[in-house]
Design a protein around this ligand. Structure first.
Ligand SMILES: [Zn+2]
Ligand SMILES: [Zn+2]
Length: 153
């Protein structure tokens, strides 16, 4: 991902366009959740997000989940299934494009990439099983380049 490389303006613009298309407001809650995820250098759980945006008023989990659902539909964030956490994404993913998340077990950072090769490979594999794939998300656990440099074997 690296979070600081995420284009937050582009993400916010996308969220606004999506909200307008649904006739829904881009509420302050949605905006705060997106800003928090856009500035985080690793994925956050809903619980961590609630803690991160609570100020005088305690933010409830249900509000965070609703905002996350909206942002996911708008294509601004991804859910990391293996860790039940969320992170910002400023890519424009193509229809049916496979997305690969590389999750560092050391520092928790997620690096995201789209891959033609993986998309084709998965489509081919699904086809041999008579399975029609709609969305493909591949999560790969390991060690990121930064951590590998910090701990040479
Ligand atoms: Zn993405
Ligand atoms: Zn790492």
């Amino acid at each position: 991902m690296p979070a600081n490389a995420v284009d937050r303006k582009a993400m916010e613009a996308r969220a606004r366009v999506y909200a307008a298309s649904k006739g829904a407001p881009f509420s302050p809650m949605r905006q705060r959740v997106l800003t928090l995820l856009g500035t985080s250098d690793k994925p956050l759980t809903a619980y961590e997000i609630a803690g991160g945006i609570s100020d005088k008023r305690k933010v409830h989990g249900i509000e965070v989940y609703r905002a996350l659902e909206f942002l996911q539909e708008a294509g601004c964030i991804h859910r990391l299934a293996s860790r039940s956490s969320y992170f910002a994404c400023d890519h424009l993913h193509g229809e049916g494009e496979a997305v690969v998340f590389m999750v560092c077990q050391e520092c928790g950072a997620v690096h995201e990439m789209g891959s033609e090769l993986v998309t084709r490979g998965l489509k081919g594999a699904a086809k041999t099983m008579g399975f029609k794939a709609a969305h493909s998300i591949v999560e790969v656990e390991g060690e990121c380049a930064k951590c590998a440099t910090a701990h040479p074997i």
